[in-house]
Design a protein around this ligand. Structure first.
Ligand SMILES: C[S@@+](CC[C@H](N)C(=O)[O-])C[C@H]1O[C@@H](n2cnc3c(N)ncnc32)[C@H](O)[C@@H]1O
Length: 354
């Protein structure tokens, strides 16, 4: 299904690319759901925090930066155009609006679009005030869009509140685990209740099995599953922890959590584990079921298919999902043994082996 707000941004890009020698930036996250459009790339820089989108951009020879929307390299007043379909999380939206204000030249243009329930109208109003321009909003059904011109110089004291977007900080001290995190990644400041339930099942999973030596944390986020599992006796034999995600902030923070917990492992950027070619004895996963702004059943299939591919013949995968996801049925084509270990009415933990 196409995203009309994204379509508006893509049309604006098409109309502006290759006009003179302008410096244009397009910030795109998970909303470029159906793949990147074909765009001329003479003067466009794509910035994305998604591994899969960065790969697509590279394949299309678009200049791309894969980062947690890090603008430290971009000088003040250096851009002619900044294109952005608003994201889900407010701290990230505010971070990018602040960067647009700082990095645009005087007279440069911010092209912004999003749905009503993304809070887009408020974002447009706030940033228009800071840019010192008219709040002329185009409304098309539920989509709000605006082309805003920078008339006021950047003032760091007036910036929108980002909850200190870039700062890495300790979280969940009450858990007794040493964890850091930051805005910009899934459930960044708490321990996911489903993931915590998965950890409670690991002792029983290994009651009658040989202890694992390698573990893959598929869709690792800030690395909770690895850090929590590494403290258990059943994990004492694991000498190699591999963590993977497709979100830039998750990769950065997971690496930091390995470091501060002195866990020997590596962090790999990948789309649902695609492109990783190792075999592991244990695979832990709390798969995403949202893609962009909608529920996506195919994503679960993609995670299951890669889990099956990455598991050694005697290995075991342990998944946790929301209770309403038919994981057992979905897993059957990929695994011979599918066992629901626990179901607390909100989440269920399922073990899978070939
Ligand atoms: C429900 S969260 C679980 C995070 C973490 N494992 C935990 O237990 O707290 C799902 C994770 O999958 C990641 N993810 C979403 N789509 C992905 C994809 N296509 N490939 C890899 N990871 C993805 C998200 O960035 C997020 O970190």
């Amino acid at each position: 299904m196409s995203d009309q707000a994204l379509d508006w941004i893509v049309n604006a890009l098409r109309e502006n690319i290759n006009q003179n020698d302008q410096q244009l930036v397009w910030c795109t996250d998970e909303n470029a759901l159906n793949g990147l459009p074909n765009l001329p790339h003479a003067n466009l820089q794509v910035i994305t925090n998604r591994w899969d989108i960065a790969q697509q951009a590279q394949n299309r020879k678009l200049p791309v930066q894969f980062s947690d929307f890090n603008f430290s390299h971009q000088g003040d007043g250096t851009l002619d155009g900044f294109f952005y379909r608003v994201s889900k999380e407010k701290p990230l939206v505010h971070h990018l609006l602040n960067q647009a204000w700082r990095c645009l030249k005087m007279g440069g243009e911010l092209w912004l679009s999003g749905f009503k329930n993304d809070g887009t109208k408020t974002y447009i109003e706030k940033i228009a005030t800071l840019l010192g321009c008219e709040k002329s909003i185009q409304k098309n059904g539920q989509v709000y869009s605006a082309q805003l011109i920078k008339n006021a110089p950047f003032d760091a004291h007036q910036q929108l509140d980002t909850n200190d977007y870039e700062r890495v900080r300790p979280i969940a001290a009450e858990s007794g685990l040493k964890l850091v995190s930051k805005p910009g990644l899934f459930g960044w400041n708490k321990i996911d209740a489903g993931s915590a339930l998965l950890i409670t099942q690991l002792d029983s999973v290994f009651a009658n099995r040989s202890v694992p030596q390698t573990c893959l944390d598929l869709g690792c986020g800030y690395g909770y599953l690895t850090v929590a599992a590494a403290r258990l006796a059943v994990a004492a034999g694991i000498t190699n922890w591999i963590l993977t995600d497709n979100n830039a902030a998750a990769l950065q923070i997971a690496a930091e959590n390995l470091r501060i917990n002195q866990i020997n492992g590596e962090v790999i950027g990948a789309d649902a584990g695609a492109g990783i070619h190792i075999k592991v004895d244990l695979l832990l996963c709390n798969p995403p079921f949202h893609q962009g702004f909608s529920v996506d059943g195919d994503l679960t299939d993609k995670f299951l298919a890669n889990a099956s591919r990455l598991l050694s013949p005697d290995g075991i995968a342990v998944f946790v999902v929301n209770q309403f996801i038919p994981l057992e049925r979905k897993a059957t084509p990929f695994f011979r043994q599918v066992k629901t270990l626990t179901d607390n009415g909100s989440f269920k933990v399922v073990s899978l082996s070939r």
